[in-house]
Design a protein around this ligand. Sequence first.
Ligand code: MFK
Ligand code: ATP
Ligand code: AKG
Ligand code: FE2
Ligand code: MG
Length: 349
Amino acid sequence: MAASALRVKDPRRAGGAAQARLRILLGHLQGPATPAIAASPTLAAVVPSNFHPPKFQYTLDNNVLTLEQRQFYEDNGFLVIKNLVSDEDIQRFRNQFERICRKEVECPGIDIMKDVTIAKSTHSLNENIVTKIQNFQGDEELFRYCTLPQITKYVECFTGPNIMAMHTMLINKPPDSGKMTSRHPMHQDLHYFSFRPPNSIVCAWTAMEHIDRNNGCLVVLPGTHKGTLKPHDYPKWEGGVNKLFHGIQDYDANQPRVHLVMEKGDTVFFHPLLIHGSGSNKTKGFRKAISCHYASSDCFYTDVKGTSQENIEKEVQVLSDRKFEGLKIQLKDIWMIRARLVKGKRINL
Ligand SMILES: CCCCCCCCCC(=O)SCCNC(=O)CCNC(=O)[C@H](O)C(C)(C)COP(=O)(O)OP(=O)(O)OC[C@H]1O[C@@H](n2cnc3c(N)ncnc32)[C@H](O)[C@@H]1OP(=O)(O)O
Ligand SMILES: Nc1ncnc2c1ncn2[C@@H]1O[C@H](COP(=O)(O)OP(=O)(O)OP(=O)(O)O)[C@@H](O)[C@H]1O
Ligand SMILES: O=C(O)CCC(=O)C(=O)O
Ligand SMILES: [Fe+2]
Ligand SMILES: [Mg+2]
């Protein structure tokens, strides 16, 4: 099975007697090896001379990240690269977003969301009504973002050479109406995904303007990528919550948080288990960011039946029922339809 094949790649997680010995040998990753073990001829015999214990779990060997950057991602689950996308490119994405909102261009497969507080009003669509667009893989102008070489260069450090764009968004966080619905609750993106393993998935999120706590920056809980996927559901917010904006239920407000203040063009890469959210927009402007979730094409699809992700699958099924007229499709089918190759070979996804 693909899952177990992937697991044994990391000897620290593998079972069996030989693997247990390997695990002892790798013990120096957690602390210094005892001289007795290091000198053992028996143990030396089971370890091939070309075997190098993996120092890193969340990043791949490459010449792109500095050691410090690599260690930062390993420890924290995110990495900000300053000034990665040019003003010219950001202006092009902004222009195309406006054309899509005004329905001046067709964009097959796109989902357009209005804020929950105005969802039932009958404004004609424009860029001051739309809170985000999702799944723009079919739009060549916006999809350019996913293929920018300076972005994929970093993505490759997490996914390897075969890169799929799985999920695309342009978020247009509106000025808060006073009901605090412009917040995005604390969540892990993996909750929405029915493909694995998590370490081969990464999000690139680029600020399209200066973003700080006033207009609702990203808030991350450093190191939470080392944990597991937590159950998610709608937060009990008085002013309402946007469709599909699930949050972690047992969120501890006392955990250390980092507010990511970013300039236009700065890009954060983050792990799909990293707990993050974004604050309300207290300004009069629409706060814009563009993002893509990438995965290695040798990831595999999973069935979410019997897991904490059943609730998101059910909701997505209701939405897709409306769209695809009663066709009962699974979460993994949705992702398969959306996935688009960026670089290398399409393998499993
Ligand atoms: C979300 C966090 C992202 C994290 C990373 C991974 C995310 C992956 C999540 C997914 O991709 S799930 C997969 C499927 N869905 C999407 O990708 C897009 C989600 N958004 C949508 O599908 C639409 O924007 C939505 C269904 C919410 C609205 O669709 P329409 O443009 O057809 O809206 P319409 O105006 O016809 O309204 C339909 C109903 O939705 C309601 N509605 C619209 N916007 C809403 C909103 N923002 N919040 C709550 N309800 C909303 C609206 O009131 C109305 O309710 P009723 O049926 O009771 O009349
Ligand atoms: N008590 C809480 N319980 C659950 N989630 C919270 C709580 N407080 C904040 N959050 C979440 O933390 C993230 C950022 O919130 P934050 O408080 O930083 O933003 P804000 O309230 O808009 O701004 P500020 O705190 O600067 O007024 C959001 O995802 C928000 O939903
Ligand atoms: O507010 C944002 O820009 C990020 C929202 C987010 O984390 C998401 O949509 O998954
Ligand atoms: Fe997210
Ligand atoms: Mg707050």
